[in-house]
Design a protein around this ligand. Structure first.
Ligand code: OGA
Ligand code: NI
Length: 332
């Protein structure tokens, strides 16, 4: 990675993306209405830790309503957006991602899904109706969470483990530490014509939670790492959801499922709006390989609480291999 210094776009990280300019056609496609989806889901989580879901049951109007709230918010002057508070843990952020110096060509709004807390801040922002916003977020999150739980139950079935809510119960728990993130990547015309280089929108990382469900508008930018070091671009699809396996699910499945490394590159012409539901366990939940999945094999990870892991993730750079610290050293 090189750092491009150009007046106006500060010192933003850029990457060469010539090779991945074409879209990847191998994204596993999961049709939730088909009876054989559980086996395809398991295969996708083992191979990529990433898949696309159709016939997902989330009403289109919930999606368009939330996208239009997000667009309305992001089109406000920065001084108004800042009234939402800093993103620690819930609020508005711009360019800076986390407290460790990561930057990207992005602005975002982090929202809690578990309490009503936070929405009152929107009362002082012109054009923002906190009640409407809260309702729109709640109906979207409930529907997406239901779908995420269905996926997690099918995964338990596919792995032949009991009870089938072994993963989904962590999202269903009243104390579940889940979040909704709205990301806006403004177009970045300055970068055009600079020999296939792209500005980083959101640097490479894995999501620390159990599962993430992403929906974006029709603008490209999302890329995943195939594990062999190659990055590929994911064709956008505004009517489907993309699902990422998170670090916690990798640990619970004793490494069978892979938490996918992903990133977003800025688009020179169009703005990208994405909304991501992060399904996380309660803070006090102990995360470790499930006993039923370590029979006859070594446990690859030390147990940790979600609180510990979240704290550690926050204190490390985006691109860090955070699970490294919790890997067990194989006995020699
Ligand atoms: C994230 C993320 C991708 C996107 O917020 O963790 O990976 O398309 N976002 O915004
Ligand atoms: Ni992510």
């Amino acid at each position: 990675m090189v750092v491009l210094s150009k007046p106006g776009i500060q010192q933003f990280p850029v990457i060469k993306t010539c090779k991945s300019a074409t879209f990847f056609s191998g994204v596993p496609l999961i049709d939730l209405s088909r009876p054989d989806s559980k086996n395809l889901l398991v295969k996708a989580c083992k191979e990529f830790g990433f898949f696309k879901v159709v016939n997902h049951g989330v009403p289109g109007k919930f999606i368009t309503k939330l996208e239009s709230e997000a667009t309305k918010f992001f089109s406000l002057p920065i001084s108004e957006k800042q009234k939402a508070g800093s993103p620690d843990p819930f609020g508005y952020g711009s360019k800076s991602i986390g407290p460790n110096g990561d930057v990207g060509w992005v602005e975002y709004l982090l929202l809690t899904t578990s309490t009503e807390l936070g929405f009152q801040r929107f009362i002082s922002i012109p054009g923002q109706n906190p009640e409407n916003f809260r309702c729109t977020v709640n109906e979207y999150v409930s529907a997406v969470k239901r779908m995420a739980c269905e996926v997690l139950e099918l995964l338990a079935d596919g792995l032949k483990i009991q009870p089938r809510n072994v993963f989904s119960k962590l999202l269903m728990d009243e104390q579940s530490d889940s979040a909704l993130r709205l990301n806006h990547y403004p177009p970045c015309p300055e970068i055009q014509g600079t020999d296939g280089r792209n500005l980083i929108g959101f640097g490479e990382h894995t999501d620390p939670q159990i599962i993430s469900v992403l929906r974006s508008n029709n603008t490209s930018g999302l890329q995943i790492s195939l594990g062999d070091g190659n990055w590929v671009s994911i064709p956008p699809d505004e009517s489907s959801f993309f699902v990422n396996v998170g670090d916690s699910l990798q640990v619970m499945t004793n490494g069978r499922f892979k938490s996918v490394r992903h990133r977003v590159v800025a688009n020179s012409l169009k703005s990208r709006v994405s909304m991501i539901y992060f399904g996380g366990p309660p803070l006090s939940e102990k995360i470790g390989p499930l006993p039923s999945l370590v029979q006859g094999e070594d446990s690859l990870y030390k147990e940790f609480t979600w609180f510990e892991y979240k704290k550690f993730a926050k204190s490390s750079m985006l691109a860090a291999n955070r699970l490294g610290l919790f890997e067990k050293v194989p006995a020699s």
